[in-house]
Design a protein around this ligand. Sequence first.
Ligand code: ADP
Ligand code: MG
Length: 328
Amino acid sequence: MSEFKIIQDYFSWPQPDSQISVANGDDAAVFSLRAGEELAVSVDTSIAGVHFPHATPAAAIGHKALAVNLSDMAAMGAQPRWFTLALTLPEAEHDWLKAFSGGLKALADQHHISLIGGDTTRGPLSITIQIMGTLPKGSALRRSGALPNDLICVTGTPGDAAAGLACLQGRLQLPLPEQTYCIERLNYPSPRLAFGRNIRQHAHSCIDISDGLMADLQHILAQSGVAATLLTEQIPVSPALSTLPADQRRTLALAGGDDYELLLTLPPEKLDALHAVANATQTAVSVIGHIQPATAQTPSLSLIPAEMATLPENNIQGFNHFTASKPV
Ligand code: ADP
Ligand code: MG
């Protein structure tokens, strides 16, 4: 199968979008922005054996490669619109390409976004997606806006995806239905787009949880110049993990990556607005701590009950490609 046949058969589909003037097939795509719109752009690479186990189903690889990018749009409060796909494949295999492009397209269609170009090459399996979204000018939800007294909130039940990976790697045993649920959360994350867009006007700061709740919260703290206390018993745990010992549940929730939930801060007077947005977008959300002023005497992140010492150092830092051994 030639590169052109692959593109034509699997990655060309109608793009009904009046802002696109040149869709894929030319040397570059061309689209226009409306007055008052700003562009949010992000790129993420998924590599077999690094970001997903080699045995991951092709449909899940397609879904997740796009989902992680959509999650960045959610964290900015942006409306995703267009994406490009740079795909490196060891070989052109029909069943794999059909399932991969099917998983990708299903999620793209769900969010009404258009594939406007890409590149197709041969080599070890790697998927790079660049996503572009729009925002009203000046309204992006940043990591740097957290203020003392803000409440720290999280969507969903962090830890499920890490439990799924631990099950696949034989590091954790769960009953079959719970294991299936956690692996589904690992393979098919649901980016919190509607929630992100609707909370944009109320929140002070936001980040999506890709590396782990504590590690990603540290990014908000560093960029905002504040400290925080997490009430670890308030972190919601899914029923799938409820049979695990409390410390194991909490470690998964605090340090497990790959959840693509949103972590945000907002002032206490916005609590009603938070619950209204959660209801309107059918997104579970929990208040799990608060922001404090940074001082030289206190650590930037305190846990109640104190248990930092029970978490290995690399769990607190989150996953780092250049210091960790191979993760999957
Ligand atoms: P060139 O090498 O001249 O840039 P390519 O042969 O790489 O052209 O691509 C031809 C067209 O197909 C371009 O419009 C490109 O954006 C698009 N394209 C290539 N690969 C993909 C892909 N995986 N998904 C979607 N569009 C693609
Ligand atoms: Mg090219």
